[in-house]
Design a protein around this ligand. Structure first.
Ligand SMILES: NC(=O)c1ccc[n+]([C@@H]2O[C@H](COP(=O)([O-])OP(=O)(O)OC[C@H]3O[C@@H](n4cnc5c(N)ncnc54)[C@H](OP(=O)(O)O)[C@@H]3O)[C@@H](O)[C@H]2O)c1
Length: 221
């Protein structure tokens, strides 16, 4: 009898990073793709009711990956209060709500992986609110891991700029250390699921350095 594959819910699984995560997991997992449009199940993670409805449709999973989040770009002098609020409600709050609600739908020993980003640790001019959002997600995962113990692991991945997203390398002054493909980035999500670790910020560049599967040196702040 064929063994059932572990089930992974990828919210934002139709996006640039989410699609690569889905492809990266497809050989060993049953992947359920969620997004506002498209995918296997529809969710708007900015609405709590919609998150509850998604889990009612999907049931229990072994892992949740969050690969969505909208942030407003701009230097600190150009940001308005509503830009900062929009970044919080676009990137931080829905991921935290997904994790909070998702806890009740992940089997014991399973995992939740959120998405932050490199810009809170290695700032680039023009991304002050993005840095704020990334730092908030990192901090939440570390603190929540202390609450959750072994029941459910919670981590985040902090991508650098993804080549397929077409970052303006010249304008932003990006060198190769801040650029990766979506496929390289996706390996870090798989590592987070399979690592057995919790409260860790996974940096996808360590996968590119030649340790694709779980050879990360975790960044515990
Ligand atoms: N791309 C990069 O260079 C980069 C670098 C560092 C960090 N990141 C972070 O990585 C995450 C994903 O980025 P990405 O470039 O892959 O984004 P993307 O290509 O725009 O894809 C976003 C995905 O999330 C879904 N989505 C958007 N809002 C949603 C909502 N409210 N509820 C549920 N699903 C929603 C989208 O589908 P629908 O529109 O159909 O909902 C899509 O599947 C973001 O947090 C981003 O800040 C990206």
């Amino acid at each position: 009898m064929e063994q059932q594959r572990p089930r992974v819910l990828v919210v934002g699984g139709t996006g640039t990073i989410g699609r690569a995560v889905t492809e990266c997991l497809a050989d060993s997992y049953e992947v359920i793709v969620a997004a506002r449009g498209g995918g296997d199940v529809q969710v708007d993670a900015s609405a709590l009711d919609s998150i509850h409805a998604m889990f009612a449709a999907v049931g229990t999973v072994d892992a949740i990956v969050s690969a969505f989040g909208r942030a407003v770009t701009g230097g600190v002098g150009a940001l308005s209060t509503s830009d900062i609020e929009a970044t919080f409600t676009g990137k931080v709050l829905p991921q935290l709500n997904l994790a909070r609600v998702g806890l009740g739908h992940v089997r014991d020993g399973g995992s939740i992986t959120l998405t932050s980003g490199v810009l809170s640790k290695e700032p680039v001019a023009g991304f002050a609110a993005v840095g704020m959002a990334n730092g908030a997600i990192d901090g939440f995962c570390r603190a929540a891991a202390a609450d959750l113990g072994d029941r459910v692991r919670i981590n985040c991945v902090s991508p650098v700029f993804v080549l397929e997203s077409g970052p303006d390398r010249q304008r932003l002054g990006l060198d190769d250390s801040l650029l990766q493909t979506a496929a390289e980035t996706a390996l870090a999500y798989r590592t987070a699921i399979e690592s057995g670790l919790s409260g860790v910020n996974f940096d996808p560049r360590q996968a590119r350095a030649g340790h694709p599967a779980a050879a990360q040196a975790p960044d515990r702040a």
